[in-house]
Design a protein around this ligand. Structure first.
Ligand code: COA
Length: 308
């Protein structure tokens, strides 16, 4: 492992990075997002090379107006794992950013099984603390599964545009209702409630809905983000709520959107606080949508520490 080097990834590294393999069982998003990472001036991606082969990759995102250093899409090729490759890659990318004055926080999001595997190192050596846990319910559906009439549309359900989302983030009461942790995890990216994060909240692949309650409060917001993947279309619905009464209507509207979007197989992930995951799962059972991995309910864990 001594003959390695690490450098910034380029557009031309696409094939080499893809050769690392699909690390999420066919639901990997990197093929779809690689070029947008390359085009984003807040993102720097790195490759770890042994000989001429790319064996490791990760992408550093400076979000929250440059306050937060987030590493995404980290991966090491099978056969090279368990030998310190990722650890060296992360040390390198941290060192490369140590003089960036704006950075105050260091954040990662990971699945619970990765977290459990590296818990001691992440908590005791690197001193991360858990800032948020969300449940991920995963389902696999065919396009014909969603060819059913939806219920009568409720007038309280509205599509959210970037300007509506800006108003939601600027309203203190709504922020407290929908985002009590002071952050929103959108498609795996943990964001502070800054309107400057809008391009990561409302991307060209986003379809968002809100429910307005009788007293004109927003009680439920769902943000759907679609990503092409090997299995078909990965559709991630992030749920923010203090009341999920209207969730069934939201899911059906997301299904209608999906039907217009693709003919492919769909991997649907509903990401919600543990309080609402039973309701969400019951809705999916009533809609007769089957779970993707039987008995596998995973979690997104967001970890944070000060940046050094
Ligand atoms: C997770 C993975 C990247 C680890 O690569 P690896 O080269 O085998 O890892 P190492 O031998 O360097 O050991 C893991 C180190 O990375 C750290 N680590 C593990 N998961 C991490 C994560 N999600 N974020 C930051 N650090 C992580 C561990 O704390 C450990 O650090 P230490 O050795 O300095 O104590 C690799 O198993 C992989 O590609 N898995 C599939 C993709 C995946 O799950 N990526 C996680 C991104 S969230």
């Amino acid at each position: 492992m001594s003959d390695y080097h690490i450098r910034l990834a380029t557009v031309g590294d696409f094939d080499g990075v893809m050769d690392i393999g699909d690390v999420y069982m066919g639901a990997d998003y990197l093929r779809h997002r690689y070029h947008s990472f390359m085009d984003d001036r807040n993102v720097r991606s790195y490759v770890y090379i042994i000989g001429k082969q790319i064996v490791g990759f990760c992408s550093v995102h400076l979000i929250d107006d440059g306050l937060t250093f987030l590493v995404r899409a980290g991966r090491v090729k099978e056969g090279f794992r368990g030998k310190g490759v990722y650890s060296r890659l992360l040390k390198h990318v941290h060192a490369e950013h140590k003089d960036v004055d704006s950075i105050k926080y260091d954040v990662i999001t990971t699945r619970n099984y990765n977290f459990e595997a590296w818990k001691k190192s992440l908590e005791n050596t690197y001193m991360y603390t858990v800032s948020s846990r969300k449940t991920i319910l995963s389902y696999q559906l065919e396009t014909e599964d969603i060819e059913r009439p939806g219920p009568t549309k409720t007038s309280y359900l509205e599509e959210v545009t970037s300007s509506t989302m800006t108003s939601l983030l600027e309203d203190e009461k709504i922020r407290d209702t929908l985002f009590p942790e002071g952050k929103m995890i959108i498609n795996w990216v943990p964001l502070r409630l800054f309107t400057s994060n809008m391009k990561y909240i409302m991307t060209p692949d986003t379809f968002a809905l809100q429910s307005i309650s009788d007293n004109f409060n927003v009680s439920l917001l769902t943000v759907g983000t679609s990503t092409e993947c090997k299995l078909g279309l990965l559709y991630n619905i992030d749920v923010f709520a203090n009341d999920v009464t209207g969730l069934c209507h939201h899911i059906i509207r997301h299904f209608e959107h999906l039907k217009a979007l693709t003919q492919k197989q769909i991997v649907l992930q509903i990401v919600t606080s543990s309080d609402f995951c039973k309701t969400a799962d019951d809705i999916m059972k009533n809609l007769r949508i089957s779970s993707f991995h039987k008995n596998l309910r995973t979690e997104i864990i967001s970890l944070e520490k000060g940046f050094k």
